[in-house]
Design a protein around this ligand. Structure first.
Ligand code: C2E
Ligand code: CA
Ligand code: CA
Ligand code: CA
Length: 280
C-alpha cells in the first residue's frame, strides 16, 4: 500500500472547488510530513474512576504544517486513508508511541499501557498482527503494554479479517478496545462475536448523561452491565464535567478520559504529570 500511495499523485484541474483543492494540497503535503518531522503525538490519560490512578495513555496524532498551522486528524486521516498513506502513517504512530512508552519507563516511571488508534485498513490487513509484533520487538515494548483502539464502524462487514486480526493480537498478548462504542449499528452483536478487552463509550452518550431531553443514562447503564458481565473494562470518553463523572461513578463505569481531568498533552508534559501522580 505504501508503494501504491507514492505513485497515486492526483492532478489538479481547474474545475476543482475550494474544498477539494484543499484536500488535494493536504494529500500532497502529507506525503512529506513524516520526513519533514511535522507530525507528533500528544497523549491523554485514562483514569481509574475509583482510585483516580492513571491506567494508560492514548496517543493522538497531530500535524503541524509550516504554512497552514495545525491540521486536525479528523480532516487529514480520512484523506490519508483515501490516498493509501495510512499504512505508513500508522506505522509511524505505532513506532513513536512504543518508543515513548519505553522512554517513560527508562525515566523511572511505572509502566502504563499506551493506546494507539488504528484505521480500518491497518486493522484489517492480512499481516496486521505480525506487523505490530515486529514494531514492538524493534522498539522493545512489551506487548502487554500496548492497546489497539479500533472504531466499531471500522469493524463492520469484515467479519473474517476482524476475527483473524483479533486472534493474532490476542495470542501476542496485545489488548484491543472498541472505540466510539454505541455509534455503530450492531454494537451488541460485536460484543457477542468479537471478544475485546475494553469498550469506550462514545462521548455523545457522556454529553447526554445529564440532559433531561435525551438522557442517555439507561443506555450507558445497559452498556456497562453488559460489558462487565463479559469481563470487559468500560471506559467513558469525553468527560468534561463533575456532574458527568459522578453519574459515571454511580453507574459503575471503570475508567474515564476527558478534558475534566486532562486534555491531550505533549509527551514531556505527560511525563511530568505521571511523575506527579506516581509520587508517594
Ligand atoms: P478518538 O479516538 O475518539 O479520540 C478522542 C478525541 O476526543 C480526540 O480528538 C481527543 O482530543 C478528543 N477529546 C478528549 N477529551 C475530550 C473531551 O473531554 N471533550 C471533547 N469534546 N473531546 C475530547 P482528536 O485528537 O482530534 O482525534 C480525533 C479522532 O482522530 C480520534 O477520535 C481518532 O479516531 C482519530 N485519530 C487520532 N489519532 C489517530 C491515529 O494515530 N491513528 C488513527 N487511525 N486515528 C487517529
Ligand atoms: Ca480512540
Ligand atoms: Ca472515541
Ligand atoms: Ca471519535
Amino acid at each position: 500500500a505504501k508503494e501504491q500511495g507514492k505513485n497515486r499523485y492526483k492532478v489538479f484541474h481547474t474545475g476543482m472547488n475550494l474544498s477539494s483543492y484543499r484536500n488535494f494540497m493536504l494529500q500532497n503535503e502529507l506525503r512529506k510530513a513524516i520526513e519533514r518531522e511535522e507530525l507528533r503525538l500528544v497523549y491523554q490519560p485514562r483514569i481509574d474512576v475509583k482510585t483516580g490512578a492513571v491506567t494508560s495513555a492514548e496517543a493522538l496524532l497531530r500535524w503541524k504544517h509550516p504554512n497552514w498551522g495545525t491540521v486536525l486528524p479528523s480532516e487529514f486521516i480520512p484523506l490519508a486513508e483515501e490516498s493509501g498513506q495510512m499504512a505508513e502513517l500508522g506505522e509511524w504512530v505505532l513506532r513513536t508511541a512504543s518508543k515513548q512508552s519505553v522512554d517513560w519507563q527508562r525515566a523511572g516511571i511505572a509502566p502504563i499501557r499506551v493506546a494507539v488508534n488504528f484505521s480500518a485498513h491497518q486493522f484489517l490487513h492480512r499481516d496486521a498482527g505480525e506487523r505490530i509484533r515486529r514494531i514492538l520487538e524493534q522498539n522493545e515494548l512489551r506487548p502487554e503494554l500496548l492497546e489497539i483502539e479500533i472504531t466499531e464502524t471500522a469493524l463492520m462487514g469484515n467479519e473474517e479479517s476482524v476475527t483473524r486480526t483479533l486472534r493474532q493480537l490476542k495470542s501476542a498478548g496485545i489488548a484491543v478496545s472498541i472505540d466510539d462504542f454505541g455509534t455503530g449499528y450492531s454494537s451488541l452483536n460485536y460484543l457477542r462475536r468479537f471478544p475485546v478487552d475494553s469498550i469506550k463509550i462514545d462521548k455523545s452518550f457522556v454529553q447526554d448523561l445529564c440532559k433531561s431531553a435525551s438522557d442517555s443514562t439507561p443506555f450507558v447503564q445497559a452498556i456497562v452491565s453488559l460489558a462487565q458481565s463479559l469481563r470487559m473494562t468500560v471506559v467513558a470518553e469525553g468527560v468534561e464535567t463533575e456532574g458527568q463523572l459522578s453519574k459515571l461513578r454511580a453507574l459503575h463505569c471503570d475508567e474515564f478520559q476527558g478534558y475534566l481531568f486532562c486534555p491531550p498533552v505533549e509527551a514531556a508534559d505527560f511525563e511530568a504529570f505521571l511523575v506527579r501522580s506516581q509520587a508517594p
